[in-house]
Design a protein around this ligand. Sequence first.
Ligand code: SF4
Length: 249
Amino acid sequence: MANAVAPAGPNARQPDVNVTAVLSHLAAMYPDARCALNYTTPFELLVACILSAQCTDKRVNIVTSRLFPRYNRPEHFAGLSPEELAEEIRDCGLYRNKARHIVQLSRILLDQFDGQVPESREELMELPGVGRKTANVVISNAFEQPAIAVDTHVFRVANRIGLADAKDPLKTEQQLMEVIPRSLWSRAHHWLIHHGRTLCSARSPQCHACPIEPYCRYAAEQKTTSPAAPVRPAAKAARKAASGEATAP
Ligand code: SF4
C-alpha cells in the first residue's frame, strides 16, 4: 500500500487493532491533513488556539482574519485592556476569559520571554489559558516537535478504533504515543481530526463507507451487539395472516 507506515518500536503497547494498517489507511485518506487554523507565526497560532476553545476553526479564522492585520504581536495585545480585546473577539464565545488570557500571556511573554513564544510544552502550559492540548498544537505545528494533541475528535476516534482504550485525554495521548511511531505523532493527530470531522462523526459514524472498518473495534462491537431488527406491527400482522393465525378484531 502507498504511504506504508512502519510499526512502532518493540516495547510498544500491543492493542488489539492492526495499528500499522489503520495508520496506513489514514495516511492514504488524508495525505494533505494539516492544522485548520490560519496563522503565520507561533504567536498567531497560540492566539488562534486560545480562541478556538469551544469554537469552530472556521469561525476562529474569520475572527483572526480581522484581528491579525491590526494585532498580531505580544506588544499589540499587551497594550489593550481585556475589555477592548473582548469586543474584537466576541464572535468566538467565552470571549471575556479568552481576552483576559491573551492580554495576560502577552504581557508575560514580553516580561519573561523577550516577546517570543517558548518552545517547551512545560513553559507554554504555565501561560494563562494554555492547557496541554494547546501546548501540543503549538509545539507540533509551529516548532515541528513530535506531539499528539488530543482534542474531542482525536479522543473519540482513537478510542473507537482501539488505538487507545482510555477514559481521559491525557491517558489517550500517552497510549497513542506508545503505539504510533514518534515520527508520525503530529501527522497522526491531523489524520484523526480529519477522520473525526468527515466519516467518524460523534453522532453518526459512517462505518459502511469507512476504509478503517475492517480494523475498527467499534465497528466490530456494533456487529456483535446490534439487536435483530425490530418487527414492525404491519409486518407482524402480515406474517400472522400468511400463517393463517387469527388476528385480533
Ligand atoms: S469504522 Fe466507524 S467507528 Fe470505526 S473509524 Fe470508521 S467511521 Fe469510525
